[in-house]
Design a protein around this ligand. Sequence first.
Ligand SMILES: [Cu+2]
Length: 110
Amino acid sequence: MALRVKTFSFTFCFLSLLMSIQAVAEDHVVGQKDKAFTKQTLEIQKGDTVEFINQDPFFHNVFSLSDAKLFDLGSFPKGESRKITFDAAGEVEVECAIHPDMLMTITVKE
Ligand SMILES: [Cu+2]
């Protein structure tokens, strides 16, 4: 009986811990407007997701060559968005391949 209670308590604690870890992950939104990212810098936690929304009447792209996150979300028109999850801590320089002046930095915290 005592063992059962212990096993149950352990399982419950473990599940609660898992759920609390998942609940911490957040969604952030960054716009692309007037040929610029709407945020120059953004601080997020590891596991968070950032959604990039094109608010200009022409195509934008989102990519990064940073070690912490190497990606290319491709090019997309007005009103469309692309999401990406950052799974490693570090500094991520985000750029647009169509507009070389577009640049922002995402700091991913452990
Ligand atoms: Cu662009």
